[in-house]
Design a protein around this ligand. Structure first.
Ligand code: MCN
Ligand code: CUN
Length: 797
């Protein structure tokens, strides 16, 4: 059954108005914006240290080639050049290769071969970045071109060249194989099916495109042995651990500082070769070294999203019940397997698909291939590849409804998990926590005017106009942890928070999570306000400096609220527990007789006799009871019992122009249930941003490679970012089903809309084209693809 959150009710009449003081439910303006809109943000590019040098990277022009020789003499001869670093020199320090998140290896600087276009081959350190760039151009590399592999099919074709000939025991281009679910049970269910619905598609490679590219200032002090790295990272604490492990430097002498981060979207989780090079260059020159990546460097070498193929079947009864699902996923991993760790994150959490549907049994198999493309795979609001899971699921749902000749909303209604089924065990082993799926769906259908639209659509079809409506409903697992099941490089996934209340009742909260634009400085203060009644304006939130914040696994997989947010609530409760003792002392009653209401303790039965949290704070430093340790500060580590499972229902209506293949969004309705909303404005901002990215992916955005392995989409003329002009308007609604295991009932939300959004747009266009018999057009739904499908009735891949 459903459990509600443990938020404490306000008891007495003098309780503060929580929303007014910036607690839960307050859309307080983002405090970080005060510096951003005044140009006072502090990004890595703004960091300038005395004597600082500049590093540039030489990248491979070829996708696959043997390196025959590298001649750096002309580069060394350029005045102002301080260091030219090659893979061979890195190898002497055992740093030519580094481990990836999946326990594969990735080249830092190429020694034997280049394996994708844009791969790091050498780097130059000089007095200014322009000299460094010129010197990169002066390096002469002799390549012997090898045949490139640009898709998984080529990777396993007979006679395919071996990409990873560096790995002993690697005889083919397969990076991993994996399966989950009940194969026999699934086969048995398919044998009983009335209808089997099939679908194949490709979720194309895309790029997260943060406004700020990657970059670092590495500062090794050879007198103290301390390494300080300013870098634009989503996870500074993991980077410190990784640097300690990779470079074998003492961890207490490593300080990672992530100043303001100009967007991450998953792009800034990994440690890239540029970071390792900057650190090594600082060690070798004994000077601070700055590396700022350019757009092409970012687009061509850092973590991409998706590039996954689906081959699926669904077993159905004639009356619209799903009996079983099975699918095979093929991933194009690029040259190095830099995805999330396969034993913990499977192939990402792709098996989180079908968690919101009552599907008795299922089986998923997957295979990943090495190709001559950039590595990555877990980025762009993906929550460890949940994006693919939900896109596959919702496209399969629509295809199944069409194959049954059943209304797509009705088909969902018959299969969505009901409110009384929680906690619900999915066919692939997850346990979902709570939700009101049918309610969300109904709110969405009512808001878009579903029945009226169907009438309008039928009328329009008679006039040759193509109107379509697409639905996407999904629940996704957000907030990794729980340490039993999840870790990164062996480090368990929990998070922590430190809270210190000063004598005057102002507070500092320190967290290991790392905002990149999500507004943690605003919202994490609100959690403390909710627990302690200290106005949010009296709380400052600090993060992003490993010397001064507690250990945390960072911000990705929308885990900050579920994990670090929970740690924040828990540390505030510890503070409140001590404040209660101080209150009892000040009120001269026993602790049992002290009641709490927001911001204040009072004597049970004598409400007017009370002390504020601020008075308790002062007492902690000035008037504590005998034997009590002074001060009011604490920390908390939080290991979540489960992931949080937000739900979303997105519905788009579109009109397709059959003459041009252009499609326009008529309306878009979103209904999100992310549990208790800390800051409703920020939540809506997260959803609108995600729906914009979803629109971009479905409509215009992909990274592709030509037959020679040249990246098409290595600049922002080819790789398109949506602007306000083409982005549709979004009508947002909410449902609140608190997470039963999160201290304030909040669920993650940062990726929901980018995860669930794409299928709504694509399903809408497919619904518009339904009379033509087309079942699938691969994203992005470019006009020429849509036109071709509309005119031939053929699928377009
Ligand atoms: N929030 C809330 N109430 C909730 C849930 C969340 O008020 N019930 C607020 C949080 O307090 C936080 C924001 O919404 O300020 C997002 O919270 P959460 O869902 O916990 O996600 P994270 O903070 O962990 O952010 C990560 C997520 C990911 S994985 C990607 S990718 C992404 C995203 O956030 N990258 C972003 N949104 C982004 N937004 C911006 N501006 N920039 C990025 O790089
Ligand atoms: Cu996968 S993108 Mo976010 O989890 O950092």
């Amino acid at each position: 059954g459903q459990v509600t959150a443990t938020a404490e009710p306000a008891a007495g009449s003098r309780a503060l108005d929580e929303v007014k003081i910036g607690g839960l439910g307050s859309s307080r303006p983002r405090v970080e914006d005060a510096r951003f809109i005044r140009g006072r943000g502090n990004y890595v590019e703004d960091v300038t240290l005395p004597g600082m040098l500049h590093m540039e990277i030489l990248r491979s022009p070829l996708a696959h080639a043997r390196i025959k020789s590298i001649d750096t003499s002309a580069a060394w001869a350029i005045p102002g050049v301080k260091l030219v670093l090659t893979g061979e020199m890195a190898a002497q320090r055992n740093l030519a290769w580094m481990p990836t998140l999946s326990y594969d290896t990735q080249a830092v600087l190429a020694t034997d071969k280049v394996r994708f276009q844009g791969q790091e081959v050498a780097c130059v350190v000089a007095e200014d970045p322009y000299i460094a760039k010129d010197a990169c151009d002066a390096i002469v590399v002799e390549y012997e071109a090898l045949p490139p592999i640009v898709n998984p099919e080529q990777a396993v074709a007979p006679g395919a060249p071996l990409i990873r000939d560096d790995k002993s025991g690697q005889a083919d281009n397969i990076a991993y194989q994996w399966e989950v679910g009940d194969k026999d049970g699934t086969d048995a269910a398919f044998a009983k099916a009335d209808v089997v619905s099939k679908l194949r598609l490709h979720y194309p490679r895309s790029h997260p495109s943060p406004i700020e590219n990657c970059g670092a200032v590495a500062d090794f002090n050879n007198a103290t042995g301390k390494l300080t790295v300013y870098m634009t990272s989503q996870a500074p604490h993991i980077v410190r651990a990784a640097v300690a492990l990779i470079a074998e430097l003492p961890e207490h002498l490593i300080r990672i500082i992530s100043p303001d981060v100009g967007g991450g979207f998953g792009n800034k989780v990994p440690v890239y070769p540029g970071y390792v090079c900057a650190i090594l260059c600082s060690i070798l020159t004994a000077k601070p070294v700055k590396w700022i990546e350019d757009n092409t460097g970012n687009l061509s070498s850092t973590g991409f999203g998706r590039d996954m193929y689906l081959d699926s079947e669904m077993a159905l009864t004639n009356d619209g019940k799903i009996l079983a699902v099975r699918y095979h996923a093929t991933t194009d991993q690029g040259a190095f397997f830099a995805d999330a760790q396969p034993t913990k994150f499977k192939i990402g959490l792709v098996h989180s698909s079908f968690a919101c549907y009552d599907v008795p049994v299922g089986h998923i198999t997957a295979q990943g291939m090495y190709t001559n493309k950039a590595p990555g795979g877990v980025a762009y609001r993906c929550s460890f590849r949940v994006t693919e899971a939900m896109f596959f699921q919702e496209r399969m749902i629509q295809a199944a409804a069409d194959d049954l000749g059943m209304d797509q909303a009705e088909f969902r209604r018959r299969n969505l998990v009901r409110d009384d089924q929680f906690p619900y065990r999915t066919p692939f082993g997850f346990l979902t926590d709570s939700g009101q799926y049918l309610k969300c769906l109904q709110i969405g259908l009512d808001a878009i005017g579903y029945d009226d639209f169907l009438v309008e659509q039928a009328e329009a079809r008679k006039q040759g106009r193509l109107l379509g409506i697409g639905i996407s409903t999904m629940t996704e697992p957000l907030g990794a942890g729980n340490s039993r099941e999840y870790d990164i490089l062996g480090i368990k996934m929990f998070d922590s928070a430190e809270l210190r209340v000063h004598p005057t009742g102002k507070a500092v909260l320190k967290i290991g999570a790392q905002t990149q634009g999500q507004g943690h400085e605003t919202t994490f203060a609100q959690i403390v306000t909710h627990e302690l009644g200290i106005p949010a304006t009296d709380i400052v939130v600090e993060h992003g400096d490993t010397d001064h914040t507690p250990f945390g696994m960072g911000t990705y997989a929308s885990r900050s609220t579920p994990v670090a947010g929970a740690a924040t609530a828990m540390v505030a409760r510890k503070i409140r527990a001590k404040a209660r003792k101080l209150a009892a002392h000040l009120l001269e009653v026993s602790e049992e007789d002290v009641e709490w209401e927001l911001g204040r303790f009072f004597v049970r039965g004598a409400e007017s006799r009370g002390v504020t949290i601020q008075e308790c704070a002062m007492a902690a430093y000035s008037n504590m009871p005998d034997g009590m340790e002074p001060g009011l500060e604490n920390n908390a580590y939080y290991d979540p019992p489960n992931l949080t499972w937000p739900f979303a229902c997105y519905i788009a209506t579109v009109e397709v122009d059959p003459e041009t293949g252009v499609w326009d969004v008529l309306r878009f309705v979103g209904v999100d249930d992310c549990g208790v909303r800390i800051n409703p404005m920020i939540v809506e901002g997260q959803i609108m941003g995600g729906l914009t990215e979803a629109y971009a992916m479905s409509n215009m955005q992909f990274q592709t490679y030509d037959a020679d392995g040249n990246l098409v989409g290595a600049n922002y003329m080819d790789y398109l970012l949506p602007t306000a002009w083409e982005t549709p308007g979004f009508e947002l609604h909410e449902v609140v089903t608190p997470s039963p295991h999160h201290p304030i009932g909040a669920k993650g939300v940062g990726e929901c809309a980018a995860v669930g959004g794409p299928a709504a747009y694509v399903n809408a266009v497919m619904n518009a084209l339904r009379p033509t018999g087309v079942r699938n057009i691969d994203m992005p739904l470019l006009p020429d693809r849509v036109w071709h499908a509309a005119h031939t009735g053929q699928d377009v891949s």
